[in-house]
Ligand binder design. Structure first.
Ligand code: GLY
Length: 397
């Protein structure tokens, strides 16, 4: 690296923001380029840090990576808390897996067998234990399991905290850190490597026609990767849009007993009549309900998905019916053909790292993706496990 490496982060969703933070902590002079930071999938995301209850069949290679990423959250939160007093939205509240009826119980029990065979801690709860733990859940649910290590972070609060930390003078708090970040609120239309001039070799063009030069760049543009000319066009990566509809509700004060903070303590991930729904309680009385998974190309909100989410949420937590509906958000998750993100150098471009295609797991995987991207762009040594992760996420796999 040059004494101060000038590094652009293209894309400021949660993965881009955490990457910018890690790069800054490693001493890079970071420029973040995005027309509207944290406004795409990050804006919709519920933020479940749930490597166990988010397990899906066919994604076995991703499971240990998800678990490893979750373990990196406390260190990320600690580094932010050292830089700013802003709340981070991180909450260790645990998760319950719930099956509504008998056929849901069979399907959920099959998944529990798979989770436990993979060494994950998932404990059955008796109905009286469930009742004591979460008295607001519907009576007569078929079965529940405790997943004590699956937690959550509010991605909007986290994004705001990282933004504050990126702007803060860190001289006294993180001594090796680079300067406060430069923000460019434009869309990137081209990324080229021009190694032979006097300029820094990475040329980034934005939609106002301006070109800026950097030593290195992290490309974290979500679905936008394929719209960028130059290196992305020379190294195409298939991505597909998986839309999700997410509801934000608020518990009304009259639904709570005096001193009671919320109707739910834990996050609930439920199977209801074969469908999946999750309910994520926020400390401020909010409740996030998600999430549909659609590849129908509809950018806006799908009415049927919203209807099903509400119906299923009410089946699990009847008090949802009396809550205030605050917001419905629909966004695309950028997904790869095999559901594993792309993380690594595109082709032979050692000054460029691409980090995209996080599908359902952008918030969860952000610290791990950011650490590996920073290591690659800082010429740091990686251990064997990190090499294995990078091999499985290689853009050229
Ligand atoms: N991680 C949950 C979702 O994408 O819906």
């Amino acid at each position: 690296m040059r004494p101060t490496t000038s590094t652009a982060v293209v894309g400021a969703g949660v993965v881009g923001l955490v990457t910018a933070w890690r790069l800054r902590l490693a001493g890079h002079a970071v420029t973040v380029i995005d027309p509207a930071p944290a406004s795409e999938a990050t804006y919709a995301a519920a933020g479940m840090l749930a490597p166990i209850s988010e397990v899906q069949y066919g994604q076995e290679t991703l499971w240990p990576i998800m678990t490893a990423a979750q373990r990196e959250y406390p260190q990320l939160i600690e580094s932010l808390s050292r830089a700013t007093d802003a709340p981070t939205g991180y909450c260790e509240n645990g998760t319950l897996q719930v099956a509504a009826d008998a056929s849901d119980r069979n399907a959920a029990a099959d998944l529990v067998d798979v989770q436990r065979a993979a060494g994950m801690t998932v404990e059955p709860l008796t109905s009286s234990a469930l009742r004591r733990r979460e008295p607001s859940l519907a009576p007569g649910l078929a079965k529940a399991w405790d997943v004590p290590s699956d937690h959550q972070v509010d991605p909007r609060i986290l994004a705001a905290a990282i933004t504050t930390a990126l702007n803060t003078d860190l001289t006294a708090r993180h001594r090796a850190a680079g300067p406060p970040v430069t923000w460019v609120r434009r869309r990137v239309i081209g990324v080229e490597e021009q190694p032979d001039g006097d300029q820094r070799p990475i040329a980034i063009t934005t939609d106002d026609g301006q070109q800026r030069h950097f030593d290195r760049t992290a490309l974290v543009p979500g679905m936008g990767y394929s719209d960028i000319a130059g290196i992305p066009q020379q190294n195409p990566l298939p991505l597909r849009e998986v839309h999700g509809d997410v509801l934000r509700l608020r518990v009304r004060p009259e639904q709570l007993m005096t001193g009671e903070p919320h109707l739910l303590g834990a996050t609930v991930r439920a199977k209801v009549a074969g469908r999946s729904v999750y309910l994520v309680p926020r400390e401020d009385g909010g409740l996030v309900i998600g999430a549909s998974s659609r590849e129908d190309g509809l950018v806006g909100t799908h009415v049927g998905s919203v209807a099903e989410l509400l119906e299923d949420a009410i089946r699990v937590l009847p008090a949802v019916r009396e809550m205030e509906l605050v917001e419905i958000t629909s966004r695309a998750r950028p997904a790869t053909p095999d559901d594993r993100p792309y993380l690594g150098h595109p082709g032979r471009q050692s000054a460029v790292v691409v980090s995209t295609g996080f599908h359902r797991h952008g918030v969860l995987l952000a610290p791990l993706a950011a650490r590996l991207t920073t290591a690659l762009l800082s010429d740091e040594e990686l251990n064997e496990t990190d090499h294995d992760v990078l091999a499985s996420l290689s853009p050229s796999r």
